[in-house]
Design a protein around this ligand. Structure first.
Ligand SMILES: [Zn+2]
Length: 157
């Protein structure tokens, strides 16, 4: 097996766990621009992924720090799906993707980076976005800055 070193991922691996839950910090924050919170509902909120798989990658998550999808109160689960639909709507109107990957990774074994606070990934897709770099190099080229993405989605919401 060939091993490729990806030291830039240390910011992700080492950051959140050592500094507490970044999702809870964003939930409690008053500065939505600084924490890149796109929208807030009664039970859930939407935030940009700082390590996006693709341009416009957002996450929808409850304010409550929980990993238990089954025990999620119905009204929270409903708003989670409602805000996921709103995210698709806002992304569609502002960035015009041709498809989406939407889903949750429950548990570290399933690939969840922050397993203790469940979150729904919404990843917009464009024809041809699986480019050479991502296929061979574990590297994605994100054409838009997070600040610009945040501004565009915030206006479209
Ligand atoms: Zn949390």
């Amino acid at each position: 097996m060939e091993v490729k070193f990806t030291p830039w991922r240390m910011a992700y691996i080492g950051g959140p766990k050592s500094a507490g839950c970044v999702f809870c910090a964003a939930a409690a924050a008053t500065d939505d621009a600084a924490f890149q919170v796109v929208a807030r509902g009664r039970h859930c909120f939407v935030i940009l992924n700082r390590f996006p798989y693709n341009n416009g990658h957002v996450m929808v998550l409850p304010y409550e720090h929980t990993a238990d999808l089954v025990a999620l109160p119905t009204e929270v689960a409903q708003e989670l799906m409602d805000m996921t639909r709103s995210a698709v709507d806002a992304l569609g109107r502002s960035m015009h993707p041709t498809g989406y990957n939407i889903g949750m990774n429950l548990g570290e074994v399933a690939g969840a980076g922050i397993a203790d606070h469940l979150h729904m990934h919404v990843v917009p897709r464009w024809n041809g976005d699986t480019n050479f770099m991502s296929v061979v190099g574990d590297t994605r080229l994100i054409p838009q800055s997070l600040e610009e993405t945040w501004r565009v989605l915030r206006e479209a919401w």
